[in-house]
Design a protein around this ligand. Structure first.
Ligand code: NAD
Length: 475
């Protein structure tokens, strides 16, 4: 039997179940086991048992199973998208896109399943060497609530293709899509024990997974604070950390203003601003600042906030009360401490929390932000966009780098010299030109500085789930 859930939740003391709430209504939509150390142990045992047969399949056989699972996910993307909206809050169109993104990832990894598995090194009279890349064994994955389906794909695709088995811990507030996708993988023919999902809290299930001695590699995506804790608990095992960001978007004087405004609106307000690589700081050249801000403020009025199940809604609620209070508090500081001018939004949406239900907050644009504002120094994980002016590419780059993060950045221009400057000097894992946010499975993705270590996606991600073994042939 495939371990799909956190077993009996035997370590959970009082509450053996965790409620899953709809962030738009506050309604409890389901509940999952509040797993513990024993459940993690059982899942790791199941993964160890399944490892040998799975790793002995050819990469092509494993790839075909991933592609088959992708087909089922595509067929059911409507219902899966609705499930994602209900547990996470995002608009249904974004949710269905994310589900198709999961299928894209599995198809991408299935499609590269003829990758060479090593090298031949010729050493003249000494002999020849053959290296092979072997799977690591049982791997662990811990994922966040903001893009739970996509990030499950980023870890599952390469880990399984490389021949590993996996124990995955979803966020306790978005476990339903992970469980459903894991059962689809099984339906597609992925053998029991190859992909295991354990539900429960980070403190119990997450730490038990990070600490488990049989885990060959742990891949974590989440906040910097949790990432540091996971690294500490994991000890000497291999860990990759995909953490937070404070991406800069730089709009130069020659940019197409209409496209840049669209890019900023999507870049900031997609998923209600709860995306690691969202546009979190916008720098606009002073020559176009006036018309840019005017257009931006008008465009933001057109963002329709509401329950993501309504197909007319373009921005859903914040995911939970903590998120909502954090964003409301940051905007209140801007108002009370005079840290900037709010040119759009600035309040909870009518009918939302704290008095009403659902965690809706208006898309908010703040100009003239004072340098000491937390909007510039912290990762603002919500729909608030601080906009600053810049005078030249050098000062824009210096401002973009004034952060502890280094995930992504974009420059909007047609001037190749600006592109070169930004690419060479902005500290980020990804630099986009005339777009932001797009992360197809083909491109390596990850951060520098406090945004983490390691890269996901792309064909090299498969190597990240392997170890090299060398055969030296002395002739
Ligand atoms: P989080 O750090 O609170 O939680 C992430 C996961 O870690 C969850 O499954 C959680 O249950 C688990 N966890 C919590 N405490 C733990 C512990 N002590 N030990 C082990 N696991 C523990 O993050 P979140 O609020 O779910 O997600 C938002 C954050 O994720 C943001 O900072 C965002 O930028 C980041 N993120 C990064 C990327 C990327 O690829 N770089 C992608 C998406 C999100």
């Amino acid at each position: 039997m495939q371990m799909l859930i956190g077993g009996k939740g035997e370590d959970s003391g009082e509450g053996t179940w965790i409620d899953v709430n709809d962030p738009a209504t506050g309604e409890i939509i389901d509940r999952v086991p509040d797993g513990g150390k024993g459940d993690v142990g059982a899942a790791v045992d199941a993964a160890e048992t399944a490892f040998q047969a799975w790793s002995e399949k050819t990469m092509r056989e494993r790839g075909l199973l991933l592609v088959r699972a992708a087909g089922i996910v595509r067929e059911r993307h409507g219902n899966l998208g609705a499930l994602l909206t209900r547990e996470q809050g995002k608009p249904i169109a974004e949710a269905r896109d994310e589900v198709r993104g999961f299928a894209n990832i599995l198809e991408f990894y299935g499609g590269i399943s003829s990758l060479p598995a090593g090298d031949v090194i010729r050493l003249g009279k000494q002999g020849d060497c053959i290296t092979v890349r072997e799977p690591l064994g049982v791997c662990g994955a811990i994922i966040p609530w903001n893009m739970p389906v996509l990030i499950m794909g980023w870890k599952t695709g390469p880990a399984l293709l490389a021949g590993n088995t996996l124990v995955l811990k979803p966020s306790s507030s978005t476990p339903l899509t992970s469980l459903t996708l894991a059962s689809i993988m099984e339906e597609a023919g992925v053998p029991p024990g190859v992909l295991n999902v354990v539900t429960g809290s980070g403190g119990k299930v997450g730490e038990a997974l990070a600490a488990h001695p049989s885990i060959g590699k742990l891949s974590f995506t989440g906040s910097c604070e949790t990432g540091r804790r996971v690294q500490q608990v994991a000890g000497t095992k291999e860990v990759t950390l995909e953490l937070g960001g404070s991406d800069a978007m730089i709009v130069m004087e020659d940019a197409d203003i209409g496209k840049a405004v669209e890019g900023a609106v999507r870049g900031r307000f997609y998923n209600a601003g709860q995306t690691c690589t969202a546009v979190k700081r916008l720098f606009v050249h002073e020559d176009i600042y006036g018309p840019f801000i005017k257009k931006m403020a008008e465009r933001v009025q057109g963002v329709k906030v509401g329950n993501g199940l309504d197909p007319m809604v373009t921005m859903g609620p914040l995911h939970n009360r903590q998120q909502f209070e954090r964003i409301a508090g940051l905007v209140l500081d801007v108002k009370e401490l005079g840290q900037g001018n709010i040119v759009a939004g600035g309040s909870p949406s009518p009918g939302s929390a704290p008095e009403g239900k659902g965690f809706f907050f208006e898309p908010t644009v703040v100009t003239d932000v004072s340098p000491g504002s937390a909007l510039l120094s912290e990762e603002v994980f919500g729909p608030v966009l601080p906009v600053m002016t810049c005078t030249d590419i050098g000062s824009a780059i210096a401002s973009a780098n004034r952060t502890r993060y280094g995930l992504g950045a974009s420059v909007w221009t047609h001037n190749i010299a600006y592109v070169r400057e930004v690419f060479d000097h902005v500290n980020a894992g990804v630099v986009w030109v005339n777009r932001h946010l797009t992360v197809p499975p083909e491109i390596p993705f990850g951060g520098t500085k406090e945004s983490g270590t390691g890269r996901e996606n792309g064909y090299r991600a498969v190597e990240g789930y392997t170890k090299t073994k060398t055969l030296f042939l002395g002739w």
